[in-house]
Design a protein around this ligand. Sequence first.
Ligand code: DGL
Length: 285
Amino acid sequence: MIGVFDSGNGGLTVLRALAGRLPGPGFAYLGDHANAPYGDRPAEAVYRLTVENVERLFGLGCRLVLLACNTASAVALRRLQRHWLPGVDGGRRVLGVLVPVVEPITLVPWQVNAPPSDRPTPPATIGVFATPRTVTTGAFAYEIGRRAPAVTVLQQACPGLVAAIEADAPAAEIAGLVAGFVAALQERCPAGRPDTVVLGCTHFPLVADAFAAALPAGVPILDQPRLVADSLEAYLRRHPDFDDGAGGGAAEGGGIRFLSTGCNGATAAVASRFFGRPVVFERVG
Ligand code: DGL
């Protein structure tokens, strides 16, 4: 099984894309509902919780874990890969969701950590909407900048948006919040508008329409779940040993275990909105 981790429900937007795309592997989805949201937590707490939950997925037999949470990827992935994973029993891998998005922005393959000299010119201004914690890490700007230094990355923190999405707030309330974040970003754009937008939180695909309505016509919004599915598909082609062939029916929710550190009576209904099909969690931890 491939482990898919998020602070709560957001990663289900990614899992949905993975299950629709990859018939081979089985998946174990783990939502840390007991500690969500991560987006306002101190970086050290996000790191500690991320490691704890990756360990949990390793303990369940997952050898490959995807952090399907931008906040966890931004705060924890590089540190965990450098300082924690080498001390863990061999052959295990942890991937994140930032770099699959960075590749189409910079037009530089993710394996490349420096800009090649013959690189075509990528769009000039990228707008990233994300949780406050993701924004304070500067991880999107860092990952884009090391491959395409000429690109301007403008980040916009979206406090309150995750909570509003979880609460299924009325469309007018979501539209008002999103319009405010878009206006705040556009004020800082040299040309008054971004060239491309990234919704850098796995909750935000649920309100992509509100972003599209608030942005000027024609500004593309990158589809992070689809890009992560593209990237994982390519990764599994290079590392077929992580594909256990246990995913039969994953597109319909078969071949998937849904785990939660703290689900309650309401969690399944909220989660089902993210996954697009009924979700039943097993409690762990
Ligand atoms: N879905 C998470 C992300 O992609 C954030 C949700 C939270 O704040 O826990 O950043």
